[in-house]
Design a protein. Structure first.
Length: 94
């Protein structure tokens, strides 16, 4: 899967993800973060984000900026392909 098609799926403003999709993605991010025993603050710091931004992603309150995905994957200790898979899985939520 190309990164460009992935970014298009996330950033296309005419196809805003549903709350369910955003929340499912957030739950997956939270589960991985908790599995790695990182706090919201630590994960956000490692990703170069504000803790409030990270928490908003986990809560499904914001559409993830595509530029955050690689730093978030690095902060969680997962490969970028795993992050892409989580995004695509969440897009198929009802």
């Amino acid at each position: 899967m190309s990164t460009s098609s992935f970014v298009r799926l996330i950033s296309d403003s005419t196809d805003t993800p549903s709350y369910t999709s955003l929340r499912l993605f957030g739950i997956m991010i939270q589960d991985v973060r908790e599995f790695t025993a990182r706090s919201v603050e630590e994960a956000a710091r490692l990703a170069g984000m504000e803790p409030s931004e990270w928490a908003a992603v986990e809560d499904g309150d914001i559409v993830v900026d595509p530029a955050w995905l690689r730093p978030m994957a690095d902060a969680l200790g997962i490969c970028f392909d795993q992050m892409v898979t989580m995004v695509h899985l969440s897009q198929f939520a009802w």
